[in-house]
Design a protein around this ligand. Structure first.
Ligand code: SF4
Length: 336
């Protein structure tokens, strides 16, 4: 085992200052992914800065049913929060679809966003992997890649992002609040995770030493409905083969006024379906219109040898999710 320094930070400023003076330091939240990767030898931090006790564990209500969720809030607490369940049910459903109850009790909101891919070659230090060791190659491209990407992948990496929560946040138009040496900034969650390109070792746009301090959900209006659906190999404690999060609001004429649609399990980041959204905005979300819009979105898919099944699976999940939401929105205007 590689020795490392451990210290506990009591403020965000103390944590970022410690990170700046300790080369090779990593922040420790719930540790449910980082500690596993340390045991595998994938992560070898010189120092762990424990940020789990920072005062970032609250859910604050904002005007219009918006929410500011502190980054140290536990996944189980967010999933069970009455305001999340009432106004942003897709987020609660996504969290409950992820991991096990024990893990959700310790995993944090910030850590959920920053978890690494579960590509088996990334987790096996004896195998080539551009994400773990840039320049060594991608063993998954011609290897075992049934769970891997069909959209947005590159010659260097075909991994997917594992978070269910991030997919819901993408559909919900959430922002990520960050704090670093240059102060505070906010990034839309759809811009937070990267596609792999030539640098698959970088999962996000997080700058060196920055801390995720909160997730901010925008205001929502009565009548907006949302859900999260996940297809996986077994009923619990499994990552998504494909998932979909959808948010829908109809106007008085039954036409789409707001639509957020995002896929998980298809790409290196949550895949916001902007092509489908553009086609459906202002339209009557009939089965035929939804089918055509989702088909147009997935036309960009480039499946690998063994994962072409993900494209029709994603199509069916999105079509069923939007049909369900359209019925709910039309039948219960004013409901969340
Ligand atoms: Fe590594 Fe990405 Fe290839 Fe997996 S898909 S082996 S994470 S480079």
């Amino acid at each position: 085992m590689k020795p490392f320094t451990y210290l506990r930070a009591h403020s965000v400023e103390e944590a970022t200052a410690a990170h700046a003076r300790l080369p090779g330091a990593r922040y420790l939240g719930g540790g449910t992914n980082l500690v596993d990767l340390m045991k595998l030898g994938v992560e070898t931090p010189a120092a762990l800065i424990d940020i789990s006790r920072l005062p970032l564990g609250e859910v604050e209500e904002l005007p219009g049913a918006g929410l500011r969720i502190g980054s140290m809030t536990r996944n189980s607490d967010v999933a069970a929060h009455p305001l999340v369940r009432a106004h942003h049910p897709a987020l609660s459903q996504a969290l409950l679809a992820g991991a096990s109850g024990q893990l959700r009790n310790i995993a944090t909101t910030g850590g959920n966003l920053l978890q690494r891919t579960r590509c088996p070659y990334f987790q096996d230090v004896s195998k080539p992997c551009n994400k773990r060791s840039p320049g060594t190659g991608c063993a998954a491209r011609d290897g075992v890649h049934r769970d891997h990407a069909v959209l947005g992948h590159s010659a260097d990496c075909v991994a997917t992002h594992p978070s269910d929560m991030a997919v819901a946040l993408a559909a919900l138009d959430a922002d990520i609040a960050l704090h670093g040496a240059d102060g505070a900034r906010t990034v839309p969650v759809t811009d937070f995770h990267r596609l792999p390109g030539d640098h698959p070792e970088r999962d996000t746009v997080l700058r060196d030493g920055e801390i995720v301090t909160a997730v901010v959900l925008p205001p929502t209006t009565p009548g907006t409905v949302s859900l999260y659906r996940k297809a996986r190999d077994r009923a619990s404690y499994a990552f998504a083969l494909v998932s979909v999060a959808a948010v829908l609001e109809l106007d008085d004429a039954g036409l789409v006024r707001r639509l957020g649609l995002a896929f998980g399990g298809l790409a290196h980041r949550p895949w916001r379906a902007t092509v489908a959204e553009t086609r459906l905005m202002g339209a009557d979300p009939t089965a035929a219109a939804v089918d055509e819009a989702v088909r147009a979105e997935l036309a960009a898919a480039r499946p690998l040898r063994d994962n072409a099944f993900k494209v029709p699976l994603a199509h069916g999940l999105a079509r069923d999710a939007l049909a369900t939401l359209a019925r709910r929105a039309a039948a219960a205007p004013g409901a969340a």
